[in-house]
Design a protein around this ligand. Structure first.
Ligand code: GLN
Length: 246
């Protein structure tokens, strides 16, 4: 089935924040829309072209990276702070991974500097002495299926009264010991889970795409399911390996 519906996806600074191939999440969103006959226009905002058309944006994605690159991106995005706050408050979909997640908060205190964040979420991050690295399995209230992924961060993110993305079943999560990972706020999904987050978690990808479709098309009632056999095998493999019965 094909129609003329389409979503505009903006990838913020893929030239600076693209650790572990966060870009794969864009390809996943694009494919899952195309497979359903829905168009996906991807545009980027880069260090050499800072223009973003937030008016037309349906989904904004920002990945993670080193503290140095994160500081650079924070400086650039602070110039668009109010527009981004308005976008989120108006129900715009925003997906942020790791460094991108941290920059949505009030600040990220590294060992050497305090990086001012966008203040979109009422959260803050302090760097710890060691890095939290490894596989992660989460139980989210949004899905029966576990969310699986990989984390690598020095920052400990304190989310206050925000709703987490999930409860940590395996791994470290927001602070290493809070027992929770990520934040879901309005149509924002922010998480420490890097790399092929959406390919390994098709239900999360469809949740994000569904939020954008609902906002743009009043008559949208949900997606036809896709054949996610392989994706579900990959997801279950990680769940069983790290959080299965011992
Ligand atoms: N530089 C940040 C940290 O170490 C984010 C890292 C990342 O995006 N993987 O906490």
């Amino acid at each position: 089935m094909s129609d003329n519906r389409e979503l505009n996806i903006i990838h913020l600074y893929p030239d600076l924040l693209n650790l572990y191939g966060d870009r794969g999440n864009i390809a996943c969103m694009q494919k899952r829309l195309n497979w359903r006959g829905i168009g996906a226009n991807v545009s980027t905002c880069t260090n050499s072209d800072h223009s973003i058309n937030l008016e037309a944006a349906d989904i904004i994605f920002v990945g993670g990276g080193s503290d140095r690159e994160q500081e650079l991106v924070c400086g650039l995005l602070l110039k668009k702070k109010q527009e981004l706050v308005d976008y989120v408050e108006g129900g715009g979909v925003l997906v942020a991974v790791c460094g991108g997640y941290q920059l949505l908060g009030k600040y990220y205190q590294t060992a050497s500097s305090k990086i001012e964040g966008l203040g979109i979420l009422d959260i803050y991050t302090d760097a710890g002495d060691d890095r939290l690295i490894g596989n992660v399995v989460l139980q989210s209230e949004l899905f029966d299926q576990k969310i699986v992924g990989f984390e690598n961060h020095a920052g400990r993110t304190f989310i206050g009264s925000h709703t987490p993305l999930g409860k940590v079943v395996y791994g470290r999560g927001n602070t290493g010991d809070s027992g929770y990972e990520g934040v879901v706020y309005k149509n924002v999904v922010a998480t420490y889970l890097h790399g092929p987050l959406l390919p390994k978690n098709p239900m999360l990808c469809d949740y994000i795409l569904g939020c954008a479709m609902k906002k743009k098309y009043e008559d949208f009632t949900g997606f036809e399911p896709l054949n996610d056999e392989l994706e579900n095998v990959a997801n279950k493999y990680i769940e069983d390996r790290f959080a299965g019965e011992k």
